[in-house]
Design a protein around this ligand. Structure first.
Ligand code: ZN
Length: 186
């Protein structure tokens, strides 16, 4: 099983603020025995409580520990309201479920194929903050460069989901990919 132990250094190298949450290097989803061989990055929103500058990451604990119906970790990193990346797992995480195939991402086990960001906003009457968007673009480009693929390997959960997921809410994913491509070219 691959491990993306380089994640903290790669994100800091891209100018992204990072918090390493506990034993993130050894935390991982073991259920199902699946592999972790990522080729792309998947964007999500948490659909948790409304975030703000003073309450930037209310979904952090659930992303680390999981829910009654889904064991954690639920992503490789949570992106808080202020654009800080909280590293939760360098290993396989339960964020993607099955991939139906999207762009160059094949159908299959999404948790094997993709690194997941849970961007913490409610997705009902709240959109991604500018700080979250800017940090997510910078981090995604840095990870894609490390993986050796390209911006087409960045998807939204609503593109790969086989169960009708709507996240990330209020993001034009083609524009997002263009911004990642521009960051890769810079
Ligand atoms: Zn999702």
């Amino acid at each position: 099983m691959a491990q993306i132990s380089w994640l903290a250094d790669v994100l800091r190298g891209a100018g992204v603020e990072v918090v390493e949450e506990g034993d993130w290097l050894n935390r991982g989803a073991t259920s199902g025995g699946g592999a972790f061989e990522p080729i792309g990055v998947l964007w999500h929103h948490t659909a948790g409580s409304t975030t703000s500058p003073d309450n930037p990451h209310p979904s952090l604990e659930i992303c680390i520990n999981g829910r009654s119906d889904l064991p954690g970790p639920l992503c490789q990193a949570l992106v808080d309201y202020n654009g800080v990346f909280h590293l939760i797992s360098a290993n396989r995480a339960n964020h993607a479920g099955a991939s139906g195939g999207s762009g160059p991402i094949p159908a299959g086990d999404g948790n094997t194929l993709m690194v997941g960001w849970e961007i913490d906003y409610n997705g009902v009457d709240q959109e991604m903050s500018q700080a979250q968007y800017d940090a997510s673009i910078a981090a995604t480009a840095a990870v894609i460069r490390q993986l050796g693929t390209d911006a087409s390997y960045v998807r939204g959960h609503r593109e790969t989901s086989t169960t009708g997921k709507i996240d990330p809410y209020a993001i034009d994913l083609d524009a997002m990919r263009a911004d990642v491509a521009a960051a890769l070219g810079a």
